[in-house]
Ligand binder design. Structure first.
Ligand code: C5P
Length: 227
């Protein structure tokens, strides 16, 4: 089955802080994004679009991005704008029925096995998303830090990436969606009336968001190499 991949990598890392965007920080000797790209390319896509910020010099200078299947697009203000730009680059190449995986550049620990498991769900009409059941007890907290309620975690899953959908359906869902509230593809698909399914993933497929996540990701990669 032929499939395509879009990797949004146009974020500035506001929550992470620091000068270098987190997708370009070093992790076990190589940039975060290179780990993600290598793992994604193992699934043998027709092409993989990396969506970078306008004028991104880190990407221009990056070593290890010379695989001929890698294409580059320029992203926008919100993640959803960047994903749209990546999909637009595939217009005329991807058929409406072709599966597309969307994966955050800042999830370098995703395993090729999980990517395969997600691709195996490509027949699901509403799309599919790697996710894990929520393990923590969830507290609703007001602006003063006071707990106002304990929420039930029954039936709650934390969505990861990659997320998978047919090209035509994803383009249509994203065309009708807008704003920062749509933080993943599944949310756009849901808003369009689809019901994506979850594919159980691994807890170590973390998203690098805060500085402490970098050390955690390094430990995860080392453990995965030993396994
Ligand atoms: O900011 P956050 O960690 O949620 O970003 C998730 C992914 O989306 C990152 O890989 C980031 O580079 C990407 N992104 C993007 N365009 C934006 C904002 C985020 O491609 N405008």
């Amino acid at each position: 089955m032929r499939h395509w991949i879009v990797v949004p990598a146009a974020g500035s890392g506001r929550r992470f802080g620091g000068g270098v965007p987190k997708q370009y920080l070093e992790l076990g000797g190589r940039p975060v994004i290179i780990h993600a790209l290598e793992r994604l390319l193992c699934s043998n896509p027709v092409a993989l679009v990396v969506v970078v910020a306008p004028g991104d010099e880190y990407w221009q200078r990056l070593a290890g991005r010379d695989d001929p299947r890698i294409l580059t697009a320029v992203g926008g203000a919100e993640r959803i704008d960047s994903v749209r730009a990546g999909l637009a680059l595939l217009a005329g190449r991807a058929a409406p029925e072709d599966p597309v995986l969307v994966h955050d550049a800042v999830r370098p620990c995703v395993t090729p096995d999980d990517i395969r498991a997600l691709l195996a769900a490509a027949d699901h009409p509403g799309g599919a998303v790697l996710a894990v059941p929520v393990a923590d007890t969830l507290k609703r907290v007001d602006t003063t830090g006071r707990v106002t309620a304990t929420e039930s975690r029954a039936g709650l899953w934390a969505a990861q990436t990659p997320q998978l959908c047919r090209y035509g359906a994803l383009v249509a869902a994203l065309a009708g969606a807008g704003g920062a509230a749509i933080t993943d593809e599944a949310a756009a698909l849901e808003a369009a009336g689809h019901h994506p399914r979850v594919v159980p993933g691994r807890r170590d497929n973390i998203k690098i968001t805060w500085p402490a996540d970098l050390a955690l990701a390094a430990a995860i990669l080392a453990a995965q190499e030993r396994a």
